[in-house]
Ligand binder design. Structure first.
Ligand code: ATP
Ligand code: MG
Length: 583
């Protein structure tokens, strides 16, 4: 490809609305252009990267035995009503009414469509297991589209759905997908870690997110390098082991604390650390139960753990009026409650609280707190302490008990054991060997293609621009030439044509522009290999080859084009070799 015939709208300045490197660089390198909030045009160079990633995904999915489909993006409301998600998806779903007044949506995901499609196709146990997939556009009206294509409103996902006779078969495909995902991401030059994620009421190891460690990640991960543990902080169990020493504390004492409400204010007032206080956090679960969770002042309540504990689908904080209605005083709530108040409340205690230690907490009276509150001494009943908090730095690793460290991560893929949620909703049954009808069980597996591109760039860039891994670079090689005359141009053209003929993936910057400008563009776009032919080529037959990743540039004097080609191919092979070692 010749640059003179291409569309290469590179820019020097960062777009004003971009906060993260990948977003800035994708726009500046001319890979994408913003259409409107959360919507992006892909330009030829960006589309090349997109297609390379898509091919890697397709190759690995096909190799695993999955079968490719293509389903309509527009999906009938009826199938969503059947699963109960027409309501549940809320505002994230783009809804459309057709001329016959029939509601559709632009598919945000395709569990429903694949389920209703596969139901009449799968008849017998002999038809199972099956893993079906597509690489197709999804629409989600995200509250906060941001970071360019990382969180956009239209994006392409590889979404796969597997159907099984039993859990064992589901686990087999799940484990296979786990391996396939690692291969896909490593072929893209991306270092990912599978992280235990929340799988709702499914529990167990039913869901893993493939994360790329990055400071711009929206997820927080708890990691222990030596034991290999990696989990979302909301999913990470904390096994508290409190020292159970009988200490003597002064008696419980009610103290006047006018206007001192927050944990920060209380800690300061009593000159204690926040971990020596207990706070109350109040929730409404499934619009049914009022819950008060007592948790150490330094810890954060974990909505995911709470939701799972109650097998709930919804959880929200109680409002001020709701709290007052219960007879509680915000800022001064404690566990010594009257029977009248307790009867409308589910009272939970987080395991961060050590029953033999002493704490400061609310006295259930405006402007009063208790000090010297010792749970095992001052609560008249047996307490069941459970883990309801978000994992923090230095919490014990669930495997090794060694301290956890926290990292930010971007989710690029997700594998999930769906169980029978959709098989039941769509009545997907097959006959077993004895002719009995069995409800199938399912898994689903997603990868965001656009987000993968941005994440690769997030992981591989420097002050000059993108450093594309060779497997996903728009072109593997960029030839930058500086010619003064037509005959010089023709001389380079011969070299370009020879290399191009031999199917090297080469981009020739033949534009009539200055050397500095062209070099800068090639570094901004991040071509892995650059061949420069300028003044010293015409004077001394010198060829310069740059490895964009290491910045190493070597000059050669080749007597034939095939010698040049050999040198390029050997660097190409080396760069591919480096990619296959990424896990
Ligand atoms: P997130 O928590 O980031 O919103 P999700 O849990 O909604 O992601 P899934 O429904 O599991 O995502 O979708 C599978 C994959 O699709 C994700 O791993 C991600 O790569 C991609 N994806 C999801 N939402 C978006 C989006 N708005 N823009 C781009 N890619 C997305
Ligand atoms: Mg989402």
């Amino acid at each position: 490809m010749k640059a003179s015939k291409y569309i290469l709208p590179t820019t020097k300045d960062d777009p004003s609305d971009a906060q993260v490197n990948s977003h800035k660089l994708m726009i500046r390198a001319g890979l994408v252009r913003k259409a409107s909030a959360g919507l992006y045009h892909f330009l030829p160079l960006g589309l090349k990267v997109f297609k390379k990633i898509e091919s890697i995904i397709r190759e690995e999915m096909d190799l695993s035995g999955a079968l490719e489909f293509s389903l309509p993006i527009l999906t009938l409301s009826e199938v969503w009503e059947q699963s109960g998600r027409w309501e549940k998806m809320g505002k994230e779903m783009f809804r459309i009414k057709d001329r016959h007044e029939v509601f559709h949506c632009l598919g945000p995901t395709h569990e429903e469509s694949f389920s209703s499609l596969m139901k009449p196709i799968l008849k017998s146990y002999k038809d199972l297991p099956k893993n079906v997939y597509q690489i197709h556009t999804k629409f989600r009206d995200e509250i906060r589209p941001r970071f360019g294509v990382i969180r956009s409103r239209e994006f392409v996902m590889k979404d796969a759905y597997s159907f099984h006779l039993d859990d064992e078969s589901l686990d087999e495909t799940y484990q296979l997908m786990r391996k396939v995902y690692r291969k896909i991401f490593s072929r893209c030059g991306l270092k990912t870690i599978p992280v235990q994620a929340d799988s709702g009421s499914m529990g167990g190891s039913g869901s893993e997110e493939f994360m790329v460690i990055s400071p711009i990640g929206e997820e927080t991960l708890a990691i222990q390098k030596e034991s290999g543990y990696a989990g979302n902080v909301e999913k990470t169990p904390i096994n508290w082991e409190h020292e159970k020493v009988e200490k003597i504390f002064p008696e419980l004492e009610k103290v006047s604390t006018p206007n001192e409400k927050s944990i920060e204010e209380i800690s300061k007032f009593f000159s204690v650390e926040s971990k020596n206080t207990i706070k109350a956090v109040l929730f409404k679960i499934d619009e049914k139960h009022n819950v008060v969770l007592f948790i150490r002042g330094d810890r954060e309540a974990n909505l995911v753990k709470l939701k799972n504990q109650f097998s709930a689908t919804e959880i929200r904080p109680l409002s001020e009026p709701e709290i007052s209605k219960l007879g509680l005083v915000t800022g001064f709530i404690g566990p010594i409650l009257t029977e009248e108040i307790s009867k409308d409340l589910k009272i939970l205690f987080d395991a961060s609280i050590n029953s033999t230690d002493s704490y400061i907490l609310g006295a259930n009276e405006l402007d009063f707190h208790f000090k010297n509150f010792v749970p095992c001494r001052d609560l008249k009943k047996e307490i069941n302490y459970k883990d309801y908090s978000v994992a923090m730095e230095n919490d014990p690793c669930p495997i090794s008990k060694k301290p956890l460290s926290l990292e930010k991560g971007i989710e690029v893929g997700h594998i999930f054991k769906l169980g029978q949620k959709y098989s039941k909703a769509f009545d997907i049954k097959v006959s077993d060997k004895s002719g009995k009808m069995i409800t199938t069980t399912m898994g689903c597996y997603g990868i965001g293609v656009n987000r993968t591109i941005a994440t690769i760039i997030e992981q591989a860039n420097d002050e000059k621009g993108i450093i594309f891994p060779i497997s996903v670079a728009p072109f593997e090689i960029c030839l930058v030439s500086i010619s003064k005359t037509e005959s010089e141009y023709s001389e380079i053209e011969k070299i370009y044509e020879e290399l191009n003929k031999n199917s090297l993936d080469i981009f020739w910057d033949d534009r009539d522009l200055g050397a500095g400008f062209k070099f800068k563009d090639s570094e901004l776009i991040g071509f892995p290999i650059r061949l420069s032919l300028g003044k010293s080529f015409f004077e001394k037959k010198e060829y310069s080859i740059l490895n964009r990743k290491t910045g190493e540039e070597k000059t050669y004097q080749f007597s034939t084009i095939s010698e040049l080609e050999k040198e390029i191919l050997s660097l190409r092979e080396k760069l591919f070799g480096e990619i296959t070692t990424i896990v």
